[in-house]
Design a protein. Structure first.
Ligand SMILES: [Zn+2]
Length: 114
């Protein structure tokens, strides 16, 4: 990340950051300051900022969670990690549920009545 408003932080001992629920890259912890001497918030972001597929690598490249939405920005490290981990767990559960439903529907189409 080349923006000096973001400072990468060490993950505190005993804390685990879940994998990115979109692309399975690592989640990384940052401090964010809009102004150099202004208030700081904490955020966990996906480590994957590399353009892929049709992305042209000018802006918003990489995983959608490389620059996650405003609600990921939290007052404390503990809150930022908890938000990311809950978000990751729930999004992965939604993916599994929808994937299972889609495959079940396909199997029903292919195999006829079970
Ligand atoms: Zn990702």
């Amino acid at each position: 990340m080349n923006d000096e408003l973001f400072t990468k932080l060490e993950i505190p001992a005993g804390k685990v950051i879940a994998e990115c629920p979109c692309c399975s890259s690592d989640g990384e912890l940052y401090q964010f300051q809009k102004d150099k001497d202004g208030p700081a918030s904490k955020v966990v972001m996906c480590a994957n900022g590399t353009a892929f597929g049709p992305q042209i690598g000018v802006a918003n490249e990489g995983c959608p969670l490389y620059m996650p939405g405003d609600d990921h920005y939290r007052a404390t490290i503990r809150e930022a990690i908890a938000y990311w981990n809950d978000y990751s767990k729930e999004l992965q559960a939604i993916r599994r549920k929808n994937s299972w439903a889609r495959h079940s529907a396909l199997r029903a189409q292919e195999g006829g009545a079970a």
